[in-house]
Design a protein around this ligand. Structure first.
Ligand code: A3P
Length: 314
């Protein structure tokens, strides 16, 4: 790890007092954690470089999985190189902010050498303009709404810097109303879908990654213009499987202190499945969710699969 990365990690451990369940504040109409709202200017004015690669997702859609895939592709399958530091150091989180003195994502990124790979959860309209002005490549990962909300619910229990999720019934309602951090899932996935032809956006589905990871790895390689032999592709597929990533301390977030991710309340690498929502939605909740979904997703050509046995995406 470079010394700046070490400082970053150390400051999280040394300033435990600044972490608590931050309230959400609206930034251009989008609810974001209070420290992000308070330090919004440097995020909005962030200077992208033409060779930056942005990995964008709605929270819990498979960000970390894509980060590991991209890092391994760029390392040409060198697993040791990909273990040089935890995910959040290798691929910094653009908008993440804690109260000072913990450094922000931006403060870490401005000094990072090119080419940078950057993570964001910002909806399209809040992504700093310089990314579009510089025609940067963006990989967007989307996950079906029901598995996404289940994953977010459990994450909000263990991530003790996010608002208290409360009971499941109320949480689904908050998700449907977009009253969770980073706002409406529906608007997020739709807007990137609508913008993908106008910008260099590769749109990837979590469900496709689960179904045929090698194929999605090849799509990402193609987008990044990296050519690797099939045996390296298979190596990347192996090292980015749920089973291997969950035991990799550089990819499973186990290095984040308990004052941020309370490991007694859950694991970051929870289940990694498609269709897990069936274990949590009641029949009535599913019906209400599906009816509301139809309204919110009306008119889009974007379709998700919420189980893998249902065949190809329509
Ligand atoms: P679950 O909570 O359903 O298990 P993000 O990185 O965007 O926060 O997304 C986290 C979700 O992606 C979690 O979902 C996590 O388990 C899942 N995930 C992470 N790595 C994965 C992998 N290699 N394969 C499948 N799912 C993975």
């Amino acid at each position: 790890m470079d010394s700046q990365a070490e400082d970053y990690t150390e400051s999280m451990y040394n300033h435990k007092e600044v972490f608590y369940r931050y309230p959400l504040r609206l930034v251009h109409g989008i609810p974001l954690m209070e420290p992000i709202a308070q330090q919004w200017d440097p995020i909005e004015n962030f200077q992208a470089r033409p060779d930056d690669l942005l990995i964008s997702t709605y929270p819990k859609a498979g960000t970390t999985w894509m980060q590991e895939i991209v890092d391994l592709i760029l390392a040409r399958g060198d697993v040791e190189k990909a273990r040089r530091a935890p995910t959040y150091i290798r691929i910094p989180f653009l908008e993440i902010c804690s109260p000072p003195p913990v450094p922000s994502g931006v403060s870490y990124l401005v000094n990072a050498p090119s080419p940078r790979v950057i993570k964001t959860h910002l909806p399209f309209q809040l992504v700093p303009k310089s990314f579009w002005e510089n025609n940067c490549k963006v990989i967007y990962v989307a996950r079906n709404a029901k598995d996404n909300v289940v994953s977010y619910f459990f994450f909000d229990q263990m991530n003790v810097t996010q608002p208290e999720p409360g009971p499941w019934e109320g949480y689904i309602k908050k998700f449907m109303e977009g009253k969770v951090a980073w706002g409406s899932w529906y608007d997020h996935v739709r807007r990137y879908w609508d913008e993908k032809e106008k910008h260099k956006i590769l749109y990837v589905f979590y469900e496709d990654m689960k179904e045929d990871l090698a194929q999605e790895v090849r799509r990402v390689m193609n987008f990044l213009e990296v050519d690797l032999p099939e045996e390296i592709v298979q190596k990347i597929v192996h090292h980015t499987s749920f089973q291997v990533m969950k035991d990799n301390p550089m990819a499973n977030y186990s290095s984040v202190p308990d004052c941020i991710f309370d490991k007694a309340k859950g694991k970051f690498m929870r289940k990694g499945e498609v269709g897990d929502w069936k274990n949590y939605f009641t029949v009535a909740q599913k019906e209400a969710f599906d009816a509301d979904y139809k309204l919110k997703m009306k008119g889009t050509t974007l379709h998700f699969r919420d189980e893998l046995s249902s065949g190809l995406r329509p």
